[in-house]
Design a protein around this ligand. Sequence first.
Ligand code: TEU
Ligand code: CA
Length: 563
Amino acid sequence: MDMQHKCHPAWWRQAVIYQVYPRSFADSNGDGVGDLPGLISRLDYIASLGVDALWINPVFTTTGKDNGYDVSDYYTIQPEYGTMDDLDELIKEAHDRNIRIIIDMVFNHTSDQHEWFQQARISRESPFYAYYHFWPAENGKPPYRCGFFDSGGEAWQYNEATNSYYLHYFAPEQPDLNWENPVVRQQLYAILQFWVAKGMDGFRFDAITFVAKDTTWPEITPAILKEKYGNDWGHYYGAGPHLHDYLKEMRREIPSPDILFLGEAPGVLLEQALDFDGELDLITHFDGMTIGYVTNEFKKPDPAGYCRAAFKEIYTKWSDVYREQGWGTLYLGNHDQPRMLSRWGDDRPAMRSASAKCLLTFLLTMRATPFLYAGDELGMRNIRFTTVDDYRDIETHQVYQQLKAKGGDTDAFLRDQQVAGRDNGRTPFQWSAGANAGFTTGTPWLRVNPDYVSINRDREEKDAGSVLNYTRRLLRLRRENPALTCGDFRVLNDDDSPIFAYARSVKDQTIAILLNLSGDETLYGALLSEPSPNNILLNNYPVVQWTRQGLLLAPWQALVFVC
Ligand code: TEU
Ligand code: CA
């Protein structure tokens, strides 16, 4: 254990951030919806994991079209989640446990029920009309833009009272804010100041790369979209002309280096990774989230599964880009993604535990700030809904409606959503084998995965070999070994084997991590120094297998050892 090594002083460089989707974490009042008092009641559990910060998805007043990503008042709390006193208590109780709080700020758009939009949509004379992007109907139809959560796939919605169209990259109920208007930016900075004064330790800025718009509104023809933006509207949206001016200005508003600026960065390319230096401390990219999906189709999983070589390449490149400057992030699941275990591992009973532990080892030993999504420490799995009525996610419903309107194959879409749908990652946290997995005494807002009877926190607490207790050991290992937090990263087997082997090192300690990202026994071959009982730090199997050719890794085996 190398204690002399000094990591970078910023707390978020060493931190493990635990993400909680409050709506699905713990319900305190039996209405079937997770809430702040429920979250507060579970802080001792969160602290017992050994994480450093808690990121919560939005709990501000909302119409709930997109589960809180449609904010109608940034200064008050949605009653179903609790009160301002509850949020004050959460901040205090978390701080008392040395856990920092990061809150989600949805600044690309508001809810259409926000007072600003309610005024803007009445008259072009309203001072709030310039808070949003309107296109005057007398100029004809605006140039096509893609609306991600729109049943017609459109991003312009006609508003009769002003005889104009307003822009919404997401749902019509989520009108995009006009960041080109300095008055809007000042309003948003005032919101940040308010929450900093309340004690927030950081902000996760939702879809922040989308906020700058080219207000010359060029035609983005299919040919341009294909040639310039890889057929991905997200890349076009993420390349607005003044984005970095706005982000620098926002950072100047909250200059404290202790307040984390974390940007969700859809559409950002590897070569743009360092462009956010001095603006956002961390960004979460989406490059890894397209692996295993058929290109240019909406979240259509490749029947052959995901390519391990692509997985290794993308995560190696996103680690290397920060070798000298900046700092990266790593996540394999969140509230927008299916369960990590089901997506990247093997969630069938035989390999569920081993593959969950293997993926958690990757997540928590790479050179980046990791995001541990609540439930992944238990090895929670996709629920695999079979009918569209089981879903609550606006994205699933809107894309389903788009398909239906075009006579598309909605059955195939529902099969795809069993693998890729966002609600797979939003099912209630599984606390116990009791009713509704101990999440609520009422009817859960989203069905609980029936596997809760065997996959739940209570059961895993009692099992020393559980995914939960393995996660705790991993987090402790990470805390005790600077090589795993701020050490260098070097790939050990630059080949196309399913084994992801890399080393993390500080001046006098090198730790090797070998991960068999497959369900087959795989030979690793010769090793510089051999893992032996006295230098193995972690192994998700009881033994290490040797053959004459070298180390044989069991299916989904994870091996961490000092070399
Ligand atoms: O997600 C932004 C974003 O890019 C997502 O739409 C992502 O592309 C999609 O979820 C992949 O299926 C943020 C929030 O994380 C998401 O929950 C919200 O729905 C969205 O913004 C709109 O606020
Ligand atoms: Ca509740």
